[in-house]
Design a protein around this ligand. Structure first.
Ligand code: GLC
Ligand code: GLC
Length: 649
């Protein structure tokens, strides 16, 4: 409707019209500092928000009404924002790149499975401090249907904590305690869908037309069939296609994931406004990072795969602009587990400052299976760089499955056939491939496409389960080394390392989930066991397996925090002429440098001294992990099986 310049003029005109109206609504606080600050931020971010909101809803006659109500909601939320969080906002504004620090170490797990409930979680604070966490993601903890609720990712009320875990005040108290210990609380913003028991979904089921418009509901198969032609099946074991028939309504509902997870209709501005209000509520409860669940799926257009569409980005940017105005300390973390080109598009300070790094995750496992680093070196080598001011969240395992999300072009450049290779990886990590050390389970195997993903804990996939079963000490040693190798990489490569709790002591797969009807249909539960604190206690005994893994990891975490070169994102992958050794150079803000070498095989591997010299990194290194001096002579540097060296120049 408008050209760029006239859009800006329109934004200005709208601002001068809306501001006095807002001020009439908030007249009681107009002369206070809090209002001055709100006004200042509104002025700074209004044009941006206007443009984004216009892109989404500019065609609608009631566009301005919705924009004004959105701003009123933002103003309310800012006025209610607790003082300690406003103080934190100010601190973040003074130190906007805090999350790029080498001090950052993340952890994630389920509240109930880790500590029973939120009170129990507070009691675990000393443990989080011992481990060195500065970031704690608590898996979804809001009201959800009884029985299967996709691990809480089917939210029935964004303002009510699941009664089994506690109440909102417990969450606020926990957030405050964490903050006092320098740990940022991370919560999910599950905004692609609600559960079918959310009050909007219930209203739609009762025949309320306004709320039916919050979702995608169809009277027959005409549109579902038309959409299904171009959609990928995300949970093919749950239902074919992306729609679910509701007999009571005699209607089809869009359900990308499970049948009880109803996709929200963001073409409706009321949905945006209502979800923005829920988002600000989470912000004011003390979350410092919001994990944007399934953000790739939020915008749908007929004839497309309805993933990563331009307006899915606009939506996130618009939410981000709302945050900049009303809760400026908050960050977004992108959960885009899609093609690496698409993952990168969500990352910017205007959109998501943080992003999972699914490519690194998948390729680390790939290299362990193949004992080769070519694909890792090639893909990560040119895909790691992200905009200044952003950070990867590097992980080895999480609550989800492993999907082999590398680019087929990257693979074929090295003579690897993507389709065949994924089949090999699935076969390897389900333990079917002869000689494989991996003990995982297939997830969402699709007989129609031959596709599958992998479930399993870090330790089971890295060979510990198979080795422990047969009691083979040498194999156990190799598995422990693989685990420490993966961790040494996520702790040093640049970004926030994220530990899936339980992995720090090498927890194995727990197959008992099949006895629980609410879980048996979803193999991801095999790597979501209840934490056994008697087992956890063995972490301080170095003669136990738990102690070996924990001790090694703890040592690495302490070293990371003492190594400024591990802050920031400056990372350069290098090729030192050995396809079994992953190598990169980290450079800190002050020019500090660390050369990282990681041997992905069970054999010793040499790196010729000449190759290292070529990179001009110096002649003498301090190896941080073993605290030894390494001098470059004529002899090669020799890495032990699965050894990682952190060579500080
Ligand atoms: C995200 C979650 C996953 C969940 C899905 C649907 O991908 O990580 O666990 O099943 O979204 O909410
Ligand atoms: C799909 C989605 C991802 C989600 C996963 C859950 O891969 O792309 O968002 O985490 O399913 O299995």
């Amino acid at each position: 409707m408008f050209e760029q310049n006239s859009l800006q003029r329109e934004a200005q005109r709208t601002f001068t019209r809306i501001l006095p109206r807002l001020e009439t609504e908030f007249v009681a606080v107009l002369t206070t500092d809090v209002w001055a600050l709100f006004r200042q931020r509104l002025e700074a971010h209004f044009d941006d928000l206007f443009e984004l909101f216009f892109t989404l809803y500019g065609e609608r006659y009631d566009f301005l009404f919705h924009l004004e109500r959105l701003l009123a909601e933002a103003a309310h939320s800012w006025l209610e924002r607790p003082q300690p969080l406003k103080t934190l906002d100010a601190a973040r504004e003074r130190n906007p790149r805090w999350y790029q620090s080498e001090q950052m170490v993340g952890g994630v797990y389920y509240v109930d499975l880790f500590a029973g409930d939120l009170q129990g979680m507070r009691a675990k604070l000393p443990y989080f401090q011992e481990l060195g966490l500065t970031y704690l993601h608590l898996m979804p903890l809001f009201k959800a249907p009884q029985g299967d609720n996709d691990g809480g990712y089917a939210v029935s009320d964004y303002r009510e904590v699941d009664a089994r875990l506690g109440v909102m005040d417990d969450l606020r108290a926990l957030a405050a305690d964490l903050r006092a210990c320098g740990i940022s609380l991370v919560l999910d913003f599950v905004f692609n869908h609600t559960s079918d028991e959310h009050r909007w979904a219930l209203a739609a089921q009762a025949g309320d037309e306004d709320h039916a418009d919050y979702y995608f509901i169809f009277p027959d198969r005409t549109l579902p069939d038309a959409y299904d032609r171009t959609l990928r099946e995300i949970f093919p074991e749950q239902h074919a296609g992306s729609f679910t028939f509701r007999p009571a309504m005699q209607r089809w509902v869009w359900t990308t994931f499970n049948s009880f997870q109803w996709d929200l209709n963001y073409r409706n501005p009321e949905v945006f406004r209502d979800m923005a209000a829920e988002m600000l509520f989470l912000a004011n409860a003390g979350a410092e990072v919001l994990r944007l669940d399934a953000l790739a799926f939020t915008w749908k257009e007929l004839g497309t795969n309805c993933e990563n569409l331009p307006k899915a980005h606009t939506l996130v940017r618009a939410f981000n602009a709302v945050l900049r105005i009303a809760a400026p300390g908050l960050l977004f973390k992108s959960e885009a587990i899609v093609h690496p080109d698409e993952v990168a598009r969500y990352i910017s300070t205007r959109e998501c400052q943080l992003s999972y790094n699914p490519l690194l995750m998948a390729l680390l496992w790939n290299s362990l299976a193949t004992r080769e680093v070519r694909l890792l070196r090639h893909s990560v080598g040119y895909r790691f760089a992200i905009p200044d001011g952003c950070a990867w969240v590097n992980y080895i395992r999480c609550h989800d499955d492993i999907g082999w999300t590398f680019d087929d072009g990257d693979a074929s450049a090295l003579g690897i056939n993507g389709y065949d290779h994924r089949r090999f990886l699935n076969s390897f990590y389900t333990g079917r491939f002869p000689g494989s050390f991996g003990r995982g389970l297939p997830f969402q195997e699709n007989p129609r496409t031959g596709d599958a993903r992998i479930s399993g804990t870090q330790a089971s996939l890295a060979g510990l389960e198979a080795a422990v079963r047969v009691g083979d000490a040498a194999e156990i040693e190799l598995a422990v080394r693989r685990i420490l190798l993966l961790n040494a990489i996520i702790l040093s490569i640049g970004g926030i390392p994220l530990i899936y709790l339980g992995d720090e002591i090498g927890i194995l797969n727990d197959y008992s989930y099949v006895e629980d009807a609410a879980k048996s249909g979803d193999s991801r539960w095999v790597h979501r066991p209840r934490i056994d604190w008697a087992q956890m206690a063995r972490r301080s005994d170095p003669s136990t397996l738990e102690g070996r893994i924990y001790g090694g990891l703890h040592h690495l975490i302490e070293l990371r925090k003492a190594t400024p070169a591990f802050g920031g994102n400056d990372m350069k992958v290098i090729n030192l002429g050995n396809d079994h050794v992953f190598a990169y150079v980290r450079t800190g803000r002050q020019g500090e440098r660390v050369l990282v070498l990681a041997n992905f095989t069970e054999h010793t591997q040499p790196i010729a001294a000449n190759e290292v010299r070529l990179y001009g990194l110096g002649y003498r290194f301090q190896e941080l992990i073993t605290a030894r001096e390494v001098a470059l002579g004529d002899e090669p540097i020799v890495l032990e099986p699965y050894q990682v060296l952190w060579l500080a120049a």
